[in-house]
Ligand binder design. Structure first.
Ligand code: NAG
Ligand code: NAG
Length: 175
């Protein structure tokens, strides 16, 4: 699918940019845990209402946010994965023209970007600098390309609360 090829390379470049330049501008380098916690709870609440605006996901045999991806997301050293996964969600699903206007209503994209930025500074150990993607993330992208049309959007939105829960769990582990 042409859509997938061009899109996925774009997402990668965008996230590299965010990781190297933009993030240094908004916030100081230390972890603002309370801020991150509050923002994430707020996003979770908004996600509940946001999800109601879309058709129900009816693909039961595919899950985008898998157990393995969660494990990789939680690993302290995988800062790139956390950052890239959030960029991927934003660029591929939330910025889609069928979703964007409704996302704006609840400021979902802005909120997620603030959380993404705050997350970069919250880790207990050094970030792994290697740029190779984890298998679990590659599989997510592959699945995204396998589900045709709008249905991939409804699926991604239906799993949005899972993504926010992962962030919440990650923050809890920062204690
Ligand atoms: C989220 O919703 C819960 C339950 O309705 C509420 O107690 C909490 O204050 C809300 N949090 C934010 C940040 O809005
Ligand atoms: C699943 O949803 C799609 C679009 O949202 C619809 O076209 C299709 O008929 C639905 N399939 C079932 C089995 O409900």
């Amino acid at each position: 699918m042409k859509f997938c090829n061009s899109l996925l390379s774009m997402v990668y470049l965008t996230s590299l940019y965010v990781f190297t330049c933009e993030t240094k501008i908004f916030h100081p380098k230390h972890c603002q845990r309370a801020q991150l916690e509050k923002n994430t709870e707020d996003l979770y609440n908004k996600t509940v209402s946001f999800k109601r605006l879309f058709p129900k996901d009816n693909i039961t045999d595919i899950q985008l946010l898998t157990k393995q991806l969660k494990e990789d997301f939680m690993a302290q050293k995988n800062c790139n994965l956390r950052n890239n996964l959030l960029s991927f969600y934003i660029n591929t699903f939330l910025e889609n023209t069928l979703v964007k206007e409704k996302a704006k209503k609840f400021k979902i994209i802005d909120k997620l970007m603030v959380i993404q930025d705050l997350l970069l500074h919250c880790k207990k150990s050094h970030c792994d600098q290697k740029e190779t993607e984890s298998k679990s993330f590659r599989e997510l992208k592959k699945k995204t390309c396998q589900i045709h049309g709008k249905r991939v959007l409804w699926k991604a939105i239906s799993e949005m609360d899972i993504l926010v829960e992962w962030i919440q769990e990650y923050i809890e582990e920062m204690l």
